[in-house]
Each structure stands twice: as structure tokens, then as C-alpha cells.
Ligand binder design. Structure first.
Ligand SMILES: Cc1ncc(COP(=O)(O)O)c(C=O)c1O
Length: 373
């Protein structure tokens, strides 16, 4: 089968061997050992967020990150008079609009440039416009571009102008690696195989208890109902439906490794160093980043396609993949670019190897270095 591919992507991401090994065990969904694992996973997420379990609860949901995003939209929107405000500056914000359309939720959306953070003045105006919102939604790190949004400032505005609304942050690709103050936030989601470096298989929503309590009966979907998932978990300590047992065992090992690395500051340091090395190395090869440094996160970077006629993303991607280096296509609408992520079980030596391989592949494609535009 060969060795592991190195994943410089927004996910799935590389995991350590010890995290993978933690899955080599079967447990029953009602075994006390597994019930303890559930309690540990839930409390570990509260600990990573640095909040109190008196005020917050973690709801774990089988599936990928999108399931948790959709679950928050479903659960937090009342059947009568519910209206969401979606703040979208990239593909993941826009996906929330698709969810509303598909499930018939009423919403307004502010769409703005994919290479800039959301504009606070525009948001303030909308919040003051007289329309009452029940949930305001934003993505923390727009993984489609790497842009970081000022979510805490948006949350302050929501509390100021729409105190009745819940504030929802999709922190899928930032939770555990970029600090987030939850003071004025009600719902935060992420998933197992992002910055906490478990394997894929479940997502989680950190919910302010007082906000979740108001949500019973809202969801138009049974499996995505966070209030019901939580109610059952509190009553029985178990999942409603088949739990992601192996994924949760892997996650507990991943949390140990997160702590060993120094928690969020440790992880932020490694990811920042990875990102710096990646950007410096790519700049040396002539590649230009799409997003200005001041708006960029240290999670993922978009690089513009160089203009040389021999450059084809398909060939670039497959030649890198043949050498076990996996990058990702672009996901912004109006620029030809590709993405390179630097999160997951990735270290400086992996970045160095990626850069050396990019150099080799450019030579194979007969594209002179530095590349030009
Ligand atoms: C910010 C953000 N939101 C949502 C998602 C969707 O998550 P998934 O692909 O796990 O469903 C992603 C995936 O990378 C993401 O980065």
C-alpha cells in the first residue's frame, strides 16, 4: 500500500501513528469504558475552549464538519419567526446559504470579497436595519482563502444591536489553534480531524447552555437536532444513534498529544512556524499569495497560478501526488489559485520536503524558477 501521503490540505489531515493506533480496539456503545470516553471527549473540548462546564456543553455529532454547521442552523432557528443573518466571504459561508435554501430557513446574507475579512461597518448597518435575527453566522478562518474574520468584534456588535440573537461561529479550521474569546458567542463548531488532530468521523458543537435550552423543538431534522442529542446524552450518557467509537478513542489520544505540545499556544506556534516557512519558501520560488499578509491566517495559504504556458494545475497536482505530496485546488470564485495547508501532523521537515518537491516538479514541467506572473 506504500507509506502515508503528506496532506497539505484543509482536511482530511495527517494524524500521528499513536492517534491511529488508539483505534485498534472495539468497545460496546454501552460499555462503561466507552461512556467514560464520551465524558472525557466532551470535557476535553470545553477545556480546549477555556470555558466553564457550568455555562457550556459539548454536543458531539456523527459525521463531518458540515453536519455540525447544519445542525446549529437547524437547532437555533425557531420554527416561527426564525431568521438568520449569514456573513459570507468565502465558500464555507456560502455553504450556509445553501443549507438555508435546501431546508427552507429564512435568511439574509451579506456577501463580500473573498480576499478580505468581513466589513464591520456593513455588518453594524445590517444589524441596525430593523430586521430581527435569531442567529448570526460567520466563519472564523475561511479555509477557502485563508482569510481570518474578526469574529469577536462581530459578536460584540450582535450583542449590542440584537441581544436576542444567537451568535454562531464556524471555527472548523481554527479551533484549538487560533485563540477565540467566547464571551459573546453562543455556538461554535469544529470537527475531530482539524487542529485537534484526531481522525475524521465526528464533529462537535460547543453550545452555551442557556442558548441551547431555548432550542427544543426547533430542528426540522431528527439526526441534526443538537438539543435532542444533548438531552439524550444528559439523560443516558449515550448517543442516540451508533456512536463513532474508534474515532473518539483516537480523539482522546489526540488530546493527550495536544496537551503534550503545550495546548493551544504550542499548536499555534508550530502551525505559525510551518506557515512562515511555507510562505517564505514559495516566495523564493516566485509564487504570489492571493491574500495580503495582514488578513491571512496561519492555517492555509492560496497561491496564484503562475503565468508560464506550461503551468497546468492538473499536472502540478499529479506530479506532486506521485511524490506523496498532496495539495488542494483553489476554492475562490475569481482567481486561479491552489491551496497549501500547514495544519495536522505536519512539521518543518515536511514543509522543507514539500518545497523541495515543488522545485523538482517545476523542473519536470519545464517551468523556470522563479516562476513569473
Ligand atoms: C471553515 C469550514 N467550514 C466547514 C467545513 C466543512 O467541513 P467538512 O468538509 O468536514 O464537512 C470546512 C472544511 O474544511 C471548513 O474549513
Amino acid at each position: 500500500m506504500g507509506g502515508d501521503k503528506k496532506l497539505f490540505t484543509p482536511g482530511p489531515l495527517n494524524t500521528s501513528m499513536t492517534v491511529k493506533e488508539a483505534m485498534l480496539k472495539d468497545l460496546g456503545s454501552r460499555d462503561e469504558q466507552f461512556l467514560q470516553a464520551i465524558r472525557d471527549v466532551r470535557s476535553s473540548i470545553i477545556d480546549v475552549a477555556g470555558v466553564s462546564s457550568d455555562v457550556w456543553t459539548t454536543v458531539i455529532l456523527q459525521g463531518s464538519g458540515t453536519y455540525a454547521v447544519e445542525a446549529v442552523l437547524q437547532t437555533s432557528t425557531p420554527r416561527d419567526g426564525g431568521r438568520l443573518l449569514i456573513l459570507a466571504n468565502g465558500a464555507y459561508g456560502k455553504r450556509m446559504e445553501t443549507m438555508c435554501k435546501v431546508t427552507g430557513l429564512d435568511y439574509d446574507i451579506i456577501k463580500s470579497s473573498e480576499i478580505l475579512p468581513m466589513d464591520l461597518i456593513q455588518i453594524e448597518e445590517q444589524l441596525k436595519s430593523g430586521t430581527a435575527y435569531t442567529t448570526v453566522c460567520i466563519v472564523h478562518c475561511e479555509t477557502s482563502s485563508g482569510v481570518l474574520n474578526p469574529v469577536e468584534k462581530v459578536a460584540d456588535l450582535v450583542r449590542q444591536y440584537q441581544p436576542g440573537a444567537s451568535m454562531f461561529v464556524d471555527a472548523m479550521s481554527s479551533f484549538g489553534a487560533i485563540p477565540l474569546d467566547l464571551e459573546n458567542i453562543d455556538f461554535v463548531v469544529s470537527s475531530a480531524n482539524k487542529c485537534l488532530q484526531g481522525v475524521p468521523g465526528f464533529a462537535y458543537a460547543l453550545c452555551r447552555k442557556s442558548s441551547l435550552e431555548k432550542c427544543h423543538g426547533n430542528s426540522r431534522s431528527l439526526s441534526l437536532d443538537l438539543a435532542d442529542q444533548e438531552k439524550n446524552m444528559v439523560a443516558t450518557g449515550q448517543f442516540r444513534f451508533t456512536p463513532p467509537i474508534h474515532t473518539m478513542l483516537a480523539f482522546l489520544q489526540a488530546i493527550q498529544e495536544f496537551k503534550q505540545e503545550g495546548g493551544l499556544p504550542g499548536r499555534a506556534k508550530r502551525y505559525s512556524e510551518n506557515c512562515e516557512a511555507l510562505k517564505a519558501g514559495m516566495a523564493e520560488l516566485g509564487f504570489k499569495a492571493l491574500v495580503n499578509e495582514e488578513h491571512a491566517s496561519y492555517i492555509i495559504t492560496c497561491f496564484l497560478f503562475p503565468s508560464h504556458p506550461n503551468f497546468s494545475f492538473k499536472t502540478f497536482y499529479s506530479n506532486l501526488s506521485a511524490k506523496d505530496q498532496i495539495i488542494y485546488p483553489g476554492k475562490v470564485t475569481d482567481a486561479d489559485c491552489f491551496r497549501m495547508g500547514n495544519i495536522g501532523h505536519i512539521h518543518l521537515e515536511d514543509i522543507a520536503k514539500l518545497l523541495a518537491t515543488v522545485k523538482e516538479v517545476l523542473a519536470e514541467m519545464d517551468i523556470p524558477i522563479p516562476v513569473t506572473y
